[in-house]
Design a protein around this ligand. Sequence first.
Ligand code: SAH
Length: 358
Amino acid sequence: MDETPDLKSLDLDALTAHVVAQGHKKYRALQLFQWMHGKCAASYDEMSDLPKEMRTGSLGRIGGLTLDGVMESVDGTRKLLLRTAAGDRLESVVIPMGKGRWTQCVSSQVGCKMGCDFCATAEMSKRKNLTVSEIIDQIYSARRVLQGDGRIQTAKGAAEGDDEVGVVNLVFMGRGEPLDNFDNLTKALWMLMHPKGQAFGQRRITVSTVGLVPRIHEFGRTVPVNLAVSLNASCDEQRNALMPINRKYPIEVLMETLRTFPMAARRRIFVEYVMLGGVNDANEDASRLPELLRGVKAKVNLIPFNPYPGSRYRSPEPERILYFVDKLMKAGIQTNVREPKGRDIQAACGMLDGAKPL
Ligand code: SAH
């Protein structure tokens, strides 16, 4: 093991082994774990009940992200501007759901190599996996931000019976392809669900993939959270042009993977469809979707395209969205339209590109 491991990246077993190997009592590992993951402590200074000799740093680093700033949208959405220890910048977005509840959109990579034609993140050349610590620290940073300005009154899960406030849903729909950072992502998810950590329920977490077919079942077997898949097209020709991944794993292969995805009864896979005006929003597209989704336990999320500087596409006409909803619902498919949030601060889907704040 690394001489100075990032303790925040270690699960409880690994942390315990490390703490014991360094000559400390076993129960200290749980204390440390609770400080880092339950109370979101950013440094040893806060860990008041740990003996001084454990807080010198010799055990390891308490890794994490630096918060460079927070941008706020007119709709209340907030974008956290974060930086890794290596100096890479990234964003995470918190979206108000009302009554003090927020959904957080989390990034899994610094850049993304999937190359989708309509996504700002794809235009960044740099691709780098975030560590476990960097993934989860986005949630801990958000918690500090939301607590810091009094927007949440109690820590999540503070007392039984309290209304849940703060970040209550996590969607891995920020920068990057989560399944392309499989090991760190799945470790991070287990840490976020840990009862001594943030204790997120498995239904409160959704991971979105471009459709990395070989990883999808493995993912379902590794962590029992919700799966979302970005379909975004109604035929291979269209999807090939929009999403290079389709040349490797065409629609029918992807759909068959979804039909056989291991999932509890009554659960659904979220199928995302970015509507690009004049490209994939025609009547024929709407007609083809139910055919494609036959046998897939799916809920469809229609996402109106969010234009960003330099993008070649436009948002669909509102009438097109209504047409799609109607067509899909009539085919018996549950359908939602994702309301664009945070467009004015470049925080909506597909807009996270590391551009400097204005
Ligand atoms: N790589 C994963 C996670 C990113 S999720 C995935 O592709 O699923 C981001 C979601 O926003 C995806 O469904 C993507 O198709 C969609 N998206 C990308 N760019 C967009 C844009 N400019 N406007 C609206 N949605 C966009």
